[in-house]
Design a protein around this ligand. Structure first.
Ligand code: PLP
Length: 383
């Protein structure tokens, strides 16, 4: 009966509708959504400004191809470069495609092929980005992989110093490892990557697919640190639910991506860009980002209050509204129990409960989530 490839282990929820931080299933059960489509619907489901922008673009044109100029591509590219240290944008449709573009550009620009990535990283499912991903389970059964990736321990400065030389084309890193367990990079580690890349003629690439577009309380998570990467990649939150990805690079890289070098039929799709334009206009306001930082700090504090003395909890960690509850053992049962009690969270690796509420979440909804966590998981309250 099921005509889909069984590539996903789905929950027993069939979605009927969604609005803001809520999802309603076909039985009429309402859930508090701290998944946000995996850090995608950062403004919540069906945000009115995004809806309006998409509806307006639908009445103009849907797709014309990159044989044409469109103002909306220039406008969104302008928004992205004027709010970052980068100068040029390549639009595509997903996180994997953005990283794929970055890897291809790094080879073409440097004329080198070796790329350093990190253990427990996640960069996507295409052949290139799968090889870049430092997780055995993602590679399993798909070999031989694209060659010349080196996986180093994350946040290990000594290992990086040892591995780095002038044969390296690029270092690709997440500011907070998302799928790998909500693990933040140290400032020292990111700064060292920047310095070693400069010394060795390698490109410093930051994968902001999950951390970008306000998720950590900055426009891009690298902006928490005084660093200036050569390339960043974004996707998930950029279109608030419409599919879009982008690679942003420094001006020096423009020449290596000349006409005919790379492309995508759907890349820069005007409907997705209309969503991105509305999304970015709201999220990149300083007052909005300040609120994200405040709400993130509040949620972390409340979680620490409730979970601080629990034996099964190692720590609550993360940045902004990208938080993880690191457990002593497998978190799957806890996540299922929270779901039964109306709170949707997701795993990050086997042992971490990941919380990705929409950035528009209210303090009441944060309190409600903490209360569900308390009544479901805290030993003295849970039945
Ligand atoms: C989700 C994710 C990707 C892959 O994005 P897709 O849109 O699924 O291809 C890449 N990097 C990071 C850090 C991600 O979180």
């Amino acid at each position: 009966m099921d005509a889909l490839f069984p590539t996903y282990a789905r929950w027993e929820i069939t979605v009927d509708s969604a609005e803001g931080a809520n999802i309603v299933d076909m039985n009429g059960t309402k859930y508090l959504d701290f998944v946000s489509g995996i850090a995608v619907c950062n403004l919540g489901h069906r945000h009115p400004a995004v809806l309006d922008a998409v509806q307006q673009q639908l009445t103009k044109f849907w797709h014309v191809s990159n044989l044409f100029h469109t103002n909306i591509q220039q406008e969104v590219a302008g928004q992205l470069v004027s709010n970052s240290d980068l100068d040029a944008v390549f639009f595509c449709n997903s996180g994997a495609e953005a990283n794929e573009a970055a890897l291809k550009l790094a080879r073409k620009y440097t004329q080198k092929s070796k790329v350093i990535t990190f253990i427990q990283s996640f960069h996507g499912r295409t052949f290139g980005t799968m090889a870049a991903t430092g997780q055995e389970k993602i590679h399993s059964g798909f070999g031989p992989l694209l060659q010349e990736f080196i996986y180093l321990p994350y946040n290990d400065c000594e290992a990086l110093k040892e591995a780095m030389d002038d044969s390296v084309a690029a270092v690709l890193v997440e500011v907070v490892q998302g799928e790998g367990g909500v693990v933040p990079a140290t400032s020292e580690f990111l700064t060292l990557i920047e310095v070693l890349c400069q010394q060795n003629g390698a490109l410093f690439i930051i994968d902001e697919v999950q951390t970008g577009i306000g998720r950590t309380g900055k426009k891009f998570a690298y902006q928490h640190f005084g660093i200036s990467p050569d390339i960043i990649t974004v996707a998930k939150g950029l279109g608030n639910g419409l599919p879009i990805g982008a690679m942003l690079g420094k001006a020096k890289l423009k020449e290596a991506f000349g006409p005919g070098s790379h492309g995508s039929t759907f890349g820069g799709n005007p409907i997705s860009l209309a969503a991105a334009q509305a999304t970015v206009s709201i999220i990149f306001e300083d007052s909005f980002l300040d609120e994200v930082e405040k709400k993130g700090a509040y949620l972390k504090e409340q979680l620490n209050k409730v979970l601080g003395n629990e034996e099964w909890v190692n720590e609550v960690r993360g940045s902004g509204l990208m938080l993880g509850i690191a457990c002593q053992s497998n978190a799957a049962e806890s996540i299922a129990a929270l779901r039964k009690n109306g709170l949707l969270t997701l795993p990050a690796g086997p042992d971490v409960i990941r919380l990705l509420p929409p950035l528009t979440v209210s303090y009441e909804q944060l309190d409600e989530a903490v209360n569900i966590i308390k009544s479901t998981l805290v030993t003295e309250y849970a039945k």
